[in-house]
Every structure is written in structure tokens, then in C-alpha cells.
Design a protein around this ligand. Structure first.
Ligand SMILES: Cc1cc2nc3c(=O)[nH]c(=O)nc-3n(C[C@H](O)[C@H](O)[C@H](O)COP(=O)(O)OP(=O)(O)OC[C@H]3O[C@@H](n4cnc5c(N)ncnc54)[C@H](O)[C@@H]3O)c2cc1C
Length: 294
């Protein structure tokens, strides 16, 4: 990156790291260095970055809970939304928050303000930007159901999008080439609120059914044609299989866990093995849910 632009970004409050190791920034704890890693704390800096990035490749990272970085790292710039871009504001039955806000903080804010509708996201780690980009949720309830409006930068242009202007489907949105700046959630105020009980129940369920004591990136594959990939993997007998430091979880067949110094190659080998076995046994082609970043 041009030195003048870097110093302008620094003067706008950006933290700029060279050769930043990506394993520090994702829940899998895997990944080599990125050429640059830039924390972007406000809209002015984001706008300047997008106007000046030119042909350099860049990737917007949220909480890093749904990504697999390469052992070789990333040739380009990783940006992370911080500071003001993590703020959360309540206005009546709406919550307006930055794309960098933690989803769990938004849920806590909703609970404190007796606003219902977001309980189903409890236990989903990561940021609002990542959740909206990937339409996060449960099997039958996704985050698009509570979105009113999303503000994005597409190239360097700021655009306000109503919910109906965005196409959402299972773990996908039409926000592919955009940076999600702000999101407005529309919730319901209630006097009688049993949301906390619902949230605690969901956390208990996750503790029992997910391998939360090892680094992981959530479900590796999207569920498909009404089948639970976890159950299909279980039927293939692959649970517990290891390659290097990576293992198909013994608790949940659709999770790969980093049991110690796993490399991205280890994880990719297991992914290929799972794809091959499932295709051979059930003639089903799996599609990855995690984003594999080269
Ligand atoms: C233990 C565990 C349990 C999980 N359970 C669930 C679950 O129940 N349901 C579910 O849906 N997911 C689940 N996940 C996966 C993951 O938490 C979600 O997909 C989450 O929404 C990803 O958010 P993130 O901020 O970590 O995104 P990242 O992993 O950082 O990025 C994911 C994608 O979003 C894009 N992105 C991130 N921020 C922005 C932004 N501001 N603008 C534009 N694009 C952006 C990235 O470029 C990338 O393509 C789980 C993960 C783990 C580790």
C-alpha cells in the first residue's frame, strides 16, 4: 500500500499491522501472515480506505468465526471494523448498530431493553456484519427475519438498503461485494419477557451438542436437501478421524476441531475426505459453509 495513504489512515485512527498473523484473528486459530491488517474505527477511515485501495485485494473480517485462512496467509489487506463501527444504539423497538458490533452484545442490549425477536442468535459467535452477510441463524430461523435496513459501502459508494432490496437465502445474502457498515434490527417490546430462559436453554443445548472446548469455525458444510450433515457424517463413521492436528469432532460430525497446531492443509484434507465419503455413500454433493480464504 502507498505510504501516504497508510499515514492518512493512521491519522484517522486506524491501527495498521504489517505481516499480521491471522491465526490470532479467527476462531479456528489457523492462518499465516497477511501483508497488512488494518483496524478501521470510523466511517471516514473506511470511506478513505475504499476510495484508495485501488487494485490491492482486500478482505473484510468480522469475528473470524466462519473462516479458514491459509497457512501461507493472505496476499493483500485484511480490514476489521472497530471503534465507532461497533456501536449499538436503541431507538424504541429498533436497534441500530455498526457492522463490527458483536452479535452477542446486540442480543444483550435487546434483552436489557425488553426487546424480543433476536433470542435465536444466542450462542452464534462473531459480528453483526458477518451474521448479516451469511444470513446466520438456526435451521428454520435466520437473521434476515429481524432486519429492517442495512447500510453498505459498495466500491466506495454508500448505499441504504431496505430489507426487501436484499436477497437472503440459507446462509447467503446478495451483499457479496459490499462492506456492511450499519444494520437496523426491528424487534418487539414486551412487558412479559421469558427471553432470558430461551437464551439460557439454547446455550445449554450448544454446550451439549457442540465441541466448544477446541478451536473450530462452526459447521463446515451447509445442511443440504433437508439432511443434517452432522448426522450423515456420523453414518459414514468419520467422526473422530484425524489428519495432523485437525479432527472431525467426536461430538458433532459437521465440526472440525483444531486439537493442536492444525494447519489449513490438515483441515482441507478432512474436508475433501468428508465430501468424498458423503458423495460415495449418499450421492450428495456438499457445499462448504465456512469461507476458505486463499
Ligand atoms: C461454535 C460456533 C457455533 C456457530 N453456530 C452458528 C449457528 O448456529 N448459526 C450460524 O449461522 N452460524 C454459526 N456459526 C458460524 C459463525 O459464527 C457465523 O457465520 C457468524 O455469523 C460469522 O460472523 P463473523 O463476524 O465471525 O464473520 P467472519 O467469519 O469474520 O466472516 C464471515 C463472512 O462474512 C463476511 N463479513 C464479515 N463482516 C462483514 C462486513 N462488515 N461486511 C461485509 N462482509 C462481512 C466476511 O468477509 C466473510 O465472508 C458458528 C460458529 C462457531 C465457531
Amino acid at each position: 500500500m502507498d505510504k501516504n495513504i497508510l499515514s492518512k489512515l493512521a491519522s484517522l485512527g486506524c491501527n495498521i499491522f504489517k505481516e499480521e498473523v491471522l491465526s490470532k484473528h479467527c476462531s479456528f486459530k489457523i492462518g499465516g501472515p497477511a501483508d497488512y491488517f488494518i483496524d478501521i474505527p470510523n466511517e471516514e477511515a473506511l470511506s478513505l480506505f475504499l476510495k484508495t485501495v485501488g487494485n490491492d485485494s482486500f478482505y473484510v473480517l468480522g469475528g473470524g468465526t466462519n473462516v479458514l485462512f491459509s497457512d501461507d496467509g493472505y496476499r493483500g489487506i485484511i480490514i476489521s471494523l472497530t471503534g465507532k463501527l461497533k456501536e449499538i444504539v436503541v431507538n424504541g423497538e429498533e436497534i441500530f448498530c455498526g457492522g463490527g458490533a458483536l452479535l452477542s452484545n446486540v442480543l444483550n442490549t435487546a434483552l436489557k431493553n425488553n426487546l424480543i425477536g433476536l433470542e435465536f442468535v444466542s450462542g452464534i459467535p462473531g459480528s453483526v456484519g458477518g451474521a448479516v452477510y451469511g444470513n446466520a441463524g438456526l435451521r428454520d430461523k435466520w437473521i434476515d427475519s429481524v432486519i429492517k435496513e442495512v447500510v453498505v459501502y459498495t466500491s466506495s459508494k454508500k448505499v441504504w438498503l431496505k430489507r426487501k432490496q436484499i436477497v437472503f437465502s440459507y446462509r447467503e445474502s446478495s451483499l457479496e461485494n459490499s462492506v456492511i457498515l450499519d444494520v437496523c434490527f426491528s424487534l418487539k417490546k414486551t412487558a412479559e419477557n421469558d427471553s432470558l430462559a430461551t437464551v439460557l436453554e439454547s446455550v445449554q443445548r450448544r454446550l451439549k451438542t457442540q465441541p466448544l472446548s477446541f478451536p473450530n469455525a462452526g459447521s463446515i458444510f451447509k445442511n443440504t436437501k433437508g439432511f443434517s450433515v452432522g448426522k450423515l457424517i456420523e453414518e459414514t463413521g468419520l467422526k473422530g478421524v484425524r489428519v495432523g492436528g485437525a479432527q472431525i469432532s467426536e461430538i458433532h460430525g459437521n465440526f472440525i476441531v483444531n486439537i493442536g497446531r492444525a494447519s489449513s492443509k490438515d483441515v482441507l484434507s478432512l474436508i475433501s475426505l468428508m465430501e468424498e465419503k458423503i458423495y460415495k455413500q449418499f450421492s450428495i454433493k456438499l457445499e462448504t459453509e465456512i469461507k476458505i480464504i486463499k
